[in-house]
Design a protein. Structure first.
Length: 54
């Protein structure tokens, strides 16, 4: 992982200790917004920075 690519959702779930469904809910309700890349439709991935998950 480099700071340019960030963390994908499965990595964030493992680090934080939550389910993917919980992370997805937080992202959809703007509780935890990914700062590097937001989902832009089907098949796209959110990218979280280190600061997003600490």
């Amino acid at each position: 992982m480099t700071t340019a690519t960030g963390y994908r959702a499965p990595q964030v779930c493992n680090i934080v200790g939550i389910t993917y469904r919980q992370l997805d809910y937080w992202a959809r309700t703007d509780l935890l917004r990914p700062s590097l890349a937001t989902a832009q439709g089907s098949g796209s991935q959110r990218r979280y920075s280190f600061g997003d998950i600490v």
